[in-house]
Design a protein around this ligand. Structure first.
Ligand SMILES: O=C(CO)COP(=O)(O)O
Ligand SMILES: O=C[C@H](O)COP(=O)(O)O
Ligand SMILES: [Zn+2]
Ligand SMILES: [Zn+2]
Length: 333
């Protein structure tokens, strides 16, 4: 089993996150995990990573699979691997919610899966995670699990900002021991989407822009102490750059009080044990802002290549920025 699977992965040129994380942990940087939904997104991300010689994780959600189809996404990623042979690329399932979904991605060419059973009880989370780990490891695939819940929409469960539950550090050792998972996503105050915090949780700066509450580095440090050498993952880590929120709003959009996680905080987390940082919303925002701008400036154009070209370039620029100034993974291929 392992050898056949391993052979297929080798043929595709995809890698697991094992070695990437070990190097990132010791090197004080993190690998960007970017969500992919179509060709322009795959190209934008991997062109940036390729030019900057950075390892990268391309991740696919259940929704991405429903939108673009498993085979199309795998083949697009395969093409990206072929075009960028100099960098390690992993293909990861984001927020798998059942054993069957994880199995289907393991059987279907992914090198890494997340089983997110964080909305279940501690015991049920352990049981389901363990089941996925056993199948995944028998097929040469690694597993990310999660403890704690983020605010925002996650696993089709909507947790209102202010009602998230931070990871309990006293649970992490038992969880990792019993499940055998390869990395652990924790909740320290990051949140999914472009509206990460309620105004009532924030202060405002001189420009009237919301300033979010700081991440709980005390919780992270406590987890690190209990899991020395073990890779930690942060979800909900878009920074929602105000330049793009402004662009969206200037060209007909309406995204009031959209804010994200400050880049300095993510940079600090990457220097610690955080080895994987998940970014999706920033890519969406960069594409949408640029497409809106393009439409406003060229109302007579109707060829999708015309507006998808600057959108793809915006993805590339965004990812290049993250690699250089947030993740610290440039030149680490
Ligand atoms: O965590 C994510 C994907 O799993 C993405 O988070 P953002 O919504 O902050 O980009
Ligand atoms: O965490 C969720 C990711 O941003 C994926 O979002 P999605 O389920 O809308 O594809
Ligand atoms: Zn979750
Ligand atoms: Zn997530």
């Amino acid at each position: 089993m392992v050898s056949k699977r391993k052979k297929e992965m080798d043929e595709m040129g995809l890698v697991t996150t094992k070695e990437m994380f070990a190097k990132a942990y010791n090197g004080g940087y993190a690998i960007g995990a970017f969500n992919v939904n179509n060709m322009e997104i795959v190209q934008g991300i991997t062109e940036a990573a390729g030019e900057l010689n950075s390892p990268v994780i391309l991740q696919v959600s259940k929704g991405a699979r429903a939108y673009a189809n498993h085979t199309y996404l795998v083949k697009l990623v395969e093409a990206a691997v072929q075009e960028n042979p100099q960098i390690p690329i992993a293909l990861h399932l984001d927020h798998g919610d059942t054993f069957e979904l994880c199995k289907s991605c393991i059987d279907g060419g992914f090198t890494s899966v997340m089983i997110d059973a964080s909305s279940k009880s501690f015991e049920d989370n352990i049981a389901l995670t363990k089941q996925v780990v056993e199948y995944a490891h028998a097929h040469g695939v690694v597993v990310e699990a999660e403890l704690g819940t983020l605010a925002g929409v996650e696993d089709e469960v909507c947790v209102e900002a202010g009602h998230e539950s931070y990871t309990r550090p006293e649970e992490v050792e038992e969880f990792v021991d019993k499940t055998g998972c390869d990395s652990l996503a924790i909740a320290i105050g990051t949140s999914h989407g472009a509206y990460k915090f309620k105004a009532s949780q924030c202060t405002r700066n001189a420009d009237g822009v919301l300033v979010p509450p700081p991440l709980r580095f005390d919780v992270l440090e406590e987890c690190i102490k209990r899991l020395p050498g073990f890779p930690i993952v942060l979800h909900g880590s878009s920074s929602v750059p105000q330049e793009f929120v402004k662009m969206v709003n200037q060209y007909g959009g309406n995204m009031p009080d959209a804010i994200g996680i400050p880049e300095e905080e993510l940079r600090h987390a990457a220097e610690l044990a955080v080895c994987k940082i998940n970014i999706d919303s920033d890519i969406r925002l960069a594409m949408t802002g640029n497409i809106r701008k393009y439409f406003a400036e060229h109302p007579d154009h109707f060829d999708p290549r015309q507006y998808l070209k600057p959108a793809r370039q915006a993805v590339k620029d965004m990812v290049a920025h993250k690699i250089q100034y947030v993740l610290g993974s440039a030149g680490k291929a």
